[in-house]
Design a protein. Sequence first.
Length: 206
Amino acid sequence: MSEARSPAGWQPDPYGRYTYRYWDGDVWTEHVTDATGRQTTDQPASGAQHEVAATVVNELPIVGMVVVAVGAVLVVLSLLVFDWFRILGRIDFTFSDVRDAITSSSNVSFASDWYLSWGWYVGFAVIVVTGAALFLPGARWFAVAACGLFAIWQGYVVYDLGGEGVSTKFGAWLGAVGFVVCGIGVLLPRPGAPQATETAPAASTP
């Protein structure tokens, strides 16, 4: 398995000679800055390059993977297993039952109809994209936005389909909660990445 490396940027000088040294995504460069932000050059020790570079190799984002997996399980349980509604206090409907009963009805909003028809399939694709975003920093905010959108969309569908004589069950809301959990998981700090408490130098990118 290939190792995911920290993105290019200024990081604390691993050699200890300057305050920051520029990491280009593969190796440490000669570009450095001191505590005042003044930029200069300092050739890194070639013999130690490989050893020091290993310190910025990201570990697998285990916590994020677990949180996203939990969110994915909640979505699956909501859409494929648990009941969504109880009709007239005695008949339980799963999401599949709701799809079969509602898709041909003209009394459903277009947003609910779309979700019941094809939106839930896209929801599963969003879960996959969210898992991939754990390893693709540039896709994190897209994944978060998509998870938020689907959490709101499923929540709206549950609200829209409820009504007199219809009791909403926990399984209906579980999917919305699952999408929120997935969004949180992809936002968790990645191991090995620079911490947010560090102050970037004022020098320009080399």
